[in-house]
Write a protein that binds this ligand. Structure first.
Ligand code: AOF
Ligand code: ZN
Length: 369
């Protein structure tokens, strides 16, 4: 139908409203239309609460009878924390369902659409699929591979340096870039850093909702503004409880290579991962974080972790803030990639987006495979 794309675009807009809260669930939006009029709208806010379709059906009431439902993800067919949305659409008497894409969750994976079809509902899928993919990059990667979607934040000078020789590095980029970072943190399931970084910079690694630029604080009730999980890699047991991040709200997951119970700080989650090349085995770590239902990881650390993640092929996206400064020859490089000797071995990236942020440039880059 002619207006299908308009209604799906609205459903995608609604799906986006869940981006700070739905993890580990996906962002999903739903619009119900009768006689070319929107009679119901909804989105998924939080795991354990009703799915997008249920909110939209509640709003539509009896007007769902004979209507078309536009959903950004295949309606679910399983009993998870909530009952199947496919059944709710069938009992409400919806006539047609248009889904942007199938749900890659193996519990669903086509069964939702099949069940609707079996009930005599007209079913279509694939409308605005590329956009629908983008609202759930993390959830989809985890469902398809078991690994989280990992973003690596880097901050560099014009000459590609990230810190002075002394290690001084915290304020290379502008205030505007630091605000921009808050947005990425807020949308992530977890923020990943290392003991080296938290000891050197003593950062909060949490979301300062008041600093987010676009009025998010007004749009969302206080209870919805969760803090992403802070994951600290501490391969050499160096983290101590006096660091700032321990005194701020939000959960912390400390990752070490040996248990040694007595020396862990209190009130944190512990994870023990085998050692690899003198550090934590990052591939095993990511598998475990996927199992722990972490969809997206925002990484803020130094050149060692950056290089190791890149070499292990675990980075899905680089977000590079480039400040118009020169730090000179003695400054430190952006990421440690030992053993590169030929240009043919140099990792390459595809530029996905470039934006000016204050006086800095923000580049979003995807590894070339
Ligand atoms: C939908 N609509 O709005 C969402 C869906 O534990 P539950 O009951 O919340 O189910 C979670 C799973 O349901 C999730 O992994 C994904 O496959 C699907 N999410 N499905 O029809 C929604 N959020
Ligand atoms: Zn559902």
């Amino acid at each position: 139908m002619q207006n299908d794309a308009v209604y799906m675009a609205r459903a995608l807009e609604l799906a986006q409203l869940g981006r700070f809260t739905t993890s580990p669930n996906p962002n999903v939006g739903c619009v119900i239309v009768l006689n070319d009029q929107i009679v119901g709208e909804g989105f998924h806010l939080r795991a354990g609460e009703p799915h997008a379709e249920v909110h939209a059906l509640r709003m539509a009431g009896e007007k769902a009878l004979g209507a078309t439902a536009y959903v950004t993800l295949e309606p679910c067919s399983h009993h998870g924390r909530t009952p199947p949305c496919a059944d709710a659409l069938i009992s409400a008497g919806v006539k047609r369902v248009v889904a942007a894409m199938q749900d890659p969750n193996p519990e669903v994976a086509g069964r939702g659409l099949f069940r609707l079809q079996q009930a005599g509902i007209e079913v279509e899928h694939g409308l605005m699929m590329a956009q629908a993919e983008r609202v759930n990059q993390g959830f989809f990667k985890r469902m398809r591979t078991g690994f989280p979607y990992l973003q690596l934040k880097l901050a560099a000078s014009l000459d590609g340096k990230t810190a002075m020789a002394s290690g001084e590095s915290q304020w290379i980029t502008s205030e505007a870039s630091r605000k921009d970072v808050q947005q990425f943190r807020a949308e992530s399931s977890a923020i990943l850093s290392t003991s080296a970084t938290v000891i050197a910079d003593n950062p909060s690694l949490n979301v300062r909702w008041s600093e987010l630029s676009n009025g998010i604080r007004q749009e969302y009730p206080e209870r919805d503004l969760r803090q992403p999980l802070r994951i600290i890699l501490d391969g050499h047991n160096r983290v101590t409880p006096d660091l700032r991040l321990f005194s701020l709200p939000g959960d912390i997951l400390l990752v070490r290579t040996e248990r040694g119970d007595e020396r862990w700080p209190d009130n944190i989650e512990k994870m023990v991962i085998p050692a690899h090349n003198g550090g934590i085995d990052l591939v095993v770590l990511m598998m475990q974080l996927g199992r722990r239902q972490i969809n997206t990881i925002w990484t803020e650390a130094g050149p060692t972790l950056a290089g190791a993640l890149l070499q292990a092929g675990l980075v899905d996206e680089l977000v590079l803030y480039m400040a118009p400064k020169l730090l000179g020859d003695d400054a430190r490089g952006l990421c440690k990639l030992p053993g590169l000797s030929a240009l043919s071995q140099a990792p390459e990236f595809k530029l996905a987006d470039v934006q000016q942020v204050g006086n800095d440039l923000r580049l979003r880059l995807l590894p070339q495979t």
